[in-house]
Write a protein that binds this ligand. Structure first.
Ligand SMILES: [Zn+2]
Length: 303
């Protein structure tokens, strides 16, 4: 049995997986960003669950999928949790002494979608994780591109507006400052005068009932336009056969994905107007990080 741990910008998911990569048990908790010591909060929860699982199961691998840049078993620059470094391997070793692998969350989720989900049949493809931020994972000839020297393939931090909003990474106008679901949610709360603590399911219900309202349509249209700019850059650089959109974006299928497909086929931005990549919706949902955390242990995962 294996344990996959997904540490996102606002949530921790831990799954017990069998040999076929199927999640048998799942534990989840939200990370409160107002928490004084986020690192301590993460450590306490992870250790508690690992100990609990090991009472009944023997574990031969723990994989960690975390926002940020993995280096020597640690994770650095977790900008959305405002953590410079998290020594996740040392934390896990307090409760477990087997094999541990640490990788970027979007790369793990992409690997899961490529192995079991929406990107299974494509050789050249891109996975985008639209959630608290935007993460990316690129596959060329069935190989996942891995950064060697610097954090790379950070699609969320490509600039789409040079005078744009300040991003958590310190640059201005990054793709994720316009198209992460967190930014969209904040904008909706602000413009529609909603309660800041609104739950995602309540927000969705409001969006579904108010979708004809002009104010809402304007926000969605602007979001989709920015998303298409980002997609068009990805298409022109990587020429993928398909792009899959995952993260909490999948919950907004009716509002965002359907509208995106409509606009996308108008082919306003892509360089090659004859043949555009397929746009897919991720099929593993928020479990992709957990599933991908225990997949492909080499520097370049091959299929
Ligand atoms: Zn950025």
């Amino acid at each position: 049995m294996k344990i996959g741990i997904d540490i996102g910008g606002s949530h921790i998911g831990i799954g017990l997986l069998n040999e076929n990569g199927k999640i048998i048990k799942k534990y989840e908790i939200d990370i409160n960003n107002k928490e004084n010591n986020i690192a301590e909060f993460i450590e306490k929860y992870i250790i508690e669950i690992i100990k609990k699982i090991q009472i009944d199961y023997s574990i031969d691998l723990i994989g960690i999928a975390c926002a940020g840049t993995p280096k020597d078993g640690k994770i650095t620059s977790i900008v959305n949790l405002k953590l410079e470094e998290l020594d996740i391997t040392s934390i896990i070793k307090k409760a477990y002494n087997g094999q541990i692998i640490v990788r970027n969350d979007a790369k793990c989720a992409g690997l899961a979608e490529k192995t079991y989900g929406s990107l299974k049949k494509y050789n050249d493809c891109v996975f985008l994780c639209l959630g608290t931020g935007i993460g990316g994972s690129v596959f060329i000839e069935n190989k996942q591109l891995q950064p060697i020297r610097y954090p790379a393939f950070e699609i969320g931090h490509m600039i789409i507006d040079k005078n744009g909003e300040l991003c958590n990474c310190g640059k201005r106008g990054c793709f994720e400052t316009y198209c992460s679901i967190k930014r969209l949610k904040n904008k909706l709360i602000q413009e529609l005068g909603l309660n800041e603590e609104i739950l995602a399911k309540d927000l969705l219900e409001i969006l579904n009932t108010k979708k004809e309202e002009e104010k809402l349509q304007k926000i969605i249209k602007e979001y989709i336009n920015n998303l298409i700019i980002g997609l068009s850059n990805i298409i022109d650089i990587f020429e993928p056969e398909a792009i899959s959109l995952g993260g909490s974006f999948v919950y907004f299928e009716n509002i965002l994905y359907k509208q995106l497909l409509k606009e996308y086929t108008e082919r306003r931005y892509a360089f090659n107007k004859e043949e555009l990549p397929e746009l897919k919706l991720a099929t593993l949902g928020n479990d992709a990080g957990i599933i991908g955390a225990v997949l492909g242990t080499g520097p370049i995962a091959c299929f």
